[in-house]
Design a protein around this ligand. Structure first.
Ligand SMILES: N[C@@H](CCC(=O)N[C@@H](CS)C(=O)NCC(=O)O)C(=O)O
Length: 202
């Protein structure tokens, strides 16, 4: 049985819950007390020396990064190969957006941590960097429905949570109409689930 070390308010953990729900994969959830930094205790640092969640285990496979988990789940459980298609160009583009989901968009995640958990980080700088990423993403989505293919892939899941929750980090998405339409599109994917801060489609 898959074990997901999870925190309900973490957008990174939500990426994994979301794909597992879409693919109808059963799993056991282990709640991590993130607010009190349980993920930084010895027990968790043994599982992930980088000290972050989510952490994922199945049959002796231990994964410590959400992008790795998305690839693993799609390869193992998506029998139709739509979430991580075989074609090399699409895989290349997916990897590009997995990187953006772990880099530029994480500025939005960090801005949210400043706002909701008082992380001592430079909020204006994080907001500026997140906005720079959203500007590029909005232009990319001007003539596309999804980030890396003509249908949803793990690229969309990787970039979705901290884009959709940008407002919680004090970042206004109104200047990015193509992103707003994309958020609605992702919410309509069969198997979509909400999380606190990301309501279901209206
Ligand atoms: N590269 C990791 C990063 C995940 C990440 O940043 N997780 C946050 C929670 S959303 C975390 O655990 N941060 C550690 C901390 O703030 O102490 C992934 O995508 O899985």
């Amino acid at each position: 049985m898959i074990k997901l070390y999870d925190f309900e308010l973490s957008g990174s953990c939500y990426k994994i819950r979301l794909l597992m729900n879409i693919l109808n994969v059963k799993y056991e959830k282990v709640n991590v007390d993130f607010v009190n930094k349980e993920h930084r205790t010895e027990k968790y640092l043994k599982l992930n020396p980088f000290g972050s969640i989510p952490i994922f285990e199945e049959d002796g496979v231990l994964l410590r990064d959400s992008a790795g988990m998305l690839v693993y789940l799609a390869k193992k459980y998506d029998k139709k190969n739509t979430w991580y298609p075989e074609d090399p160009a699409t895989q290349g583009h997916i990897q590009e957006w997995l990187a953006t989901g772990s880099e530029g968009i994480m500025n939005s995640a960090a801005a949210r941590l400043v706002k909701i958990l008082n992380y001592p980080l430079d909020l204006p700088s994080l907001q500026t960097k997140a906005n720079a990423t959203f500007k590029i993403m909005d232009a990319h989505l001007a003539n596309r429905q999804f980030l890396a293919a003509d249908h949803a892939t793990i690229a969309d899941i990787a970039c979705f949570p901290y884009t959709a929750m940008a407002g919680e980090g004090g970042i206004d998405l109104k200047p990015y109409p193509n992103i707003l339409k994309w958020i609605d599109r992702v919410k309509k994917v069969p198997g979509f689930i909400p999380m606190p801060g990301i309501p279901a489609a209206a």
